[in-house]
Design a protein around this ligand. Structure first.
Ligand code: SAM
Length: 522
């Protein structure tokens, strides 16, 4: 695991709390003599030197610390209800009325335990006398929470142990808590680096090493390495990319052009974004308190999404001048890019049709667009594959941000790497091709289609584009890397490769968004 597992988050995913359990002024590793630092100057866990509580078990904590309880509930909901951590966590934080510091701690603990699950399970398997799948799943989740505190957070070992055992005693039972106590003591006997050395002792396979070290499934390590090479980056970037997947993503804001501003956010400590106009990096905290966020004129949005939406809005079209431009967002839910596109359309005198088949997501699109004057946009609830035949050659610009594996946004969805499988990618291929074909049918001659995924996987990106292009003679690729540079704040992003473009978390600090710009010849 990288140091990133130690970074804090706040309830909105921002950095806060620092992953340090100093909520009771408890010491940190830095306070202990002889602490050792890794190559980056960060302290490494010194497992064997730790002191544990000298209290008798009967005197130890019997109550569940609310922040740890929230993390435990999040892991339980993810495992047993197929829940998404980023949706469950804010609700649990509100329910348990955690203050900002505890919310940061609960976020770091739940996200870190979920991301690190692959590595922690390999360690736990060495400390438990039976296969992990024979453990009660609640016990396994408590062990993962304990392991994350002991191995990747700056929580004193005695606090990690006592509090996790107290949580287990309160919510699972006295018997399991004794097992958890015994297992976590074994975990605490080594630091993370020592555990990795033990686990990887005889291992020579580079993929297995990277998978264990950075807690990713092996197939994803292989897929991401192949993606890097496919998009013109060296395979050796893989370590940095996997590390970036384990880091808490910065929360970015966008001020809808002409409608919102960032003044309030900047006053509250946000910093102006360096990659794209009208963006800022949040300072954390409850963004819902900002008036502009409440009004929807300032929104939380990854910078990669902002860049690709702006690139589509700014691409050179050669459609015949027959009045105001019509824009289409074919896969709009939940409406992030649609809101930015609608604001840009409003500024440019264009209109936007936002399409989304899932009714509850179409409602979210409606809400996202409500900050933009309603004459600019409309929402269609239906299958995007039908729009091309229903409204052929009708739009000047089309964004088709297809359903994808999300391999480019693993840092935002801590559990998703364990849920995805190669089959998902194969299954999505036909839909992605049909949606792109429909987008191309819907665009006017001279108009531009922006094909976007939040996955860098070749099967979802370049293979889809080249298959669809191979079937027609009236299409040409525009230089998407150049288009991104033109909407970035004077910086060469270096995202382009053979006319398509790929952003990366470890290079651009964005989600790994892919963009191809396809023009239908006039
Ligand atoms: C990657 S998300 C789009 C994200 C969105 N552009 C944003 O920025 O918020 C893909 C969307 O495509 C929708 N979708 C799934 N099947 C579709 C179809 N047949 N036609 C159109 N959209 C579809 C999904 O419901 C999902 O909302």
């Amino acid at each position: 695991m990288s140091e990133s597992g130690r970074r804090g988050h706040n309830s909105s995913g921002g950095r806060d709390g620092g992953g340090r359990d100093n909520r009771d002024n408890r010491g940190t590793r830095g306070d202990r003599s002889g602490s050792k630092r890794n190559a980056q100057g960060r302290e490494r866990n010194r497992g064997p030197q730790r002191g544990f509580s000298t209290n008798a078990p009967s005197q130890r904590t019997r109550r569940a610390d609310p922040a740890r309880l929230v993390a435990f509930e999040v892991l339980r909901a993810v495992a047993s209800e197929d829940a998404y951590a980023n949706l469950v966590l804010p609700a649990r934080i509100r329910e348990h009325r955690l203050d900002r510091r505890d919310a940061g701690f609960a976020t770091e603990l739940s996200y870190g335990a979920l991301r690190g699950q692959g590595t922690y399970d390999a360690i736990l398997a060495r400390c438990v006398d039976r296969p992990l799948d024979q453990l009660d799943p609640a016990i396994l989740d408590a062990l993962r929470i304990g392991a994350h505190q002991l191995l990747s957070m700056r929580v004193p070992a005695h606090a990690a142990l006592d509090q996790t055992v107290g949580l287990a005693r309160a919510v699972i039972g006295a018997g399991p808590s004794a097992l958890i106590n015994a297992v976590l003591r074994k975990v605490a006997a080594h630091s993370m680096e020592e555990w990795l050395d033990l686990l990887l002792d005889q291992e020579t396979d580079a993929t297995r090493i990277a998978a264990l070290r950075h807690s990713h499934p092996e197939w994803i390590v292989r897929a991401l390495r192949q993606s890097l090479v496919n998009h013109g980056r060296p395979a050796s970037d893989i370590e940095a990319l996997l590390e970036a997947d384990n880091a808490a993503p910065v929360v970015n804001l966008v001020a809808l052009p002409g409608l919102g501003d960032l003044d309030e956010a900047l006053e509250q400590g946000a910093t102006a974004g360096e990659l794209v106009e009208g963006s800022a990096m949040s300072a954390g905290g409850d963004l819902g308190r900002l008036e502009s966020v409440r009004q929807g004129t300032t929104r939380v949005q990854d910078v990669g999404s902002q860049l690709v939406a702006r690139a589509v809005a700014g691409a050179d079209v050669e459609t015949s001048a027959d009045g105001n431009e019509r824009w289409l967002d074919l896969c709009a839910g939940p409406g992030g890019k649609a809101a930015l596109l609608a604001a840009l359309a409003h500024r440019d005198g264009a209109t936007l049709l936002a399409n989304e088949p899932a009714p509850h997501r179409a409602k979210l699109v409606q809400q996202a667009l409500s900050a933009v004057p309603s004459a600019t946009w409309s929402v269609r609830t239906g299958d995007g594959r039908e729009v091309g035949s229903e409204e052929p050659e009708s739009f000047d610009r089309v964004l088709v941000d297809v359903p994808c594996s999300g391999l480019g946004a693993l840092r935002r969805r801590p559990e998703s790497r364990w849920r995805r499988s190669p089959k998902d990618i194969a299954d999505l291929g036909p839909l992605q091709r049909e949606l792109l074909a429909s987008a191309i049918d819907a665009v006017k001659p001279g108009g531009v289609v922006g094909y976007v995924t939040c996955s860098p996987h070749p099967a979802e990106t370049t293979a889809v584009v080249s298959d669809v292009l191979a079937k027609r003679t009236d299409l040409e690729l525009l230089d998407a890397g150049d288009a991104l540079d033109r909407v970035s704040l004077g910086r060469e992003l270096g995202a382009g490769h053979e006319l398509t473009a790929q952003l990366w978390p470890h290079v651009h600090q964005t989600d790994a968004m892919f963009l191809a710009l396809i023009r239908k010849k006039a």
